[in-house]
Design a protein around this ligand. Structure first.
Ligand code: FES
Length: 103
């Protein structure tokens, strides 16, 4: 499957998270302080509550449902460890953010 446009590059800012939807998937583009923007599925690996409404401070993302904490650079679980957000390949083409979504 190819890449799908999900949002404009100009709405991304370092230290912020942008929720978006494409082809039935709820996603978030997370740009950590000092890092690069990356695309993740919005479903929390705990019980699938949307992380698009989570609390992101530029370093960590906290799920509002039960407080699991994720590394904003990698999507890896920090509390608890041993889990991770699902990442999708992402690229920027002609000012558009494109994500390679699963079938
Ligand atoms: S659903 Fe995210 S911490 Fe429970």
């Amino acid at each position: 499957m190819g890449y799908t446009p999900v949002c404009k590059q100009k709405i991304l800012y370092e230290g912020e998270l942008v929720p978006c939807r494409a082809e039935g998937h709820e996603l978030l583009i997370m740009w950590p302080d000092g890092g690069q923007p990356r695309a993740f599925d919005a479903a929390c690996p705990h019980e699938d509550v949307s992380l698009a409404r989570g609390v992101f401070n530029g370093r960590t993302l906290i799920c509002i449902a039960h407080g699991w904490v994720f590394d904003g650079r990698t999507g890896a679980g920090l509390s608890p460890t041993g889990c991770e957000m699902t990442e999708y390949p992402m690229r920027i083409v002609d000012g558009m953010v494109e994500v390679e979504l699963p079938d």
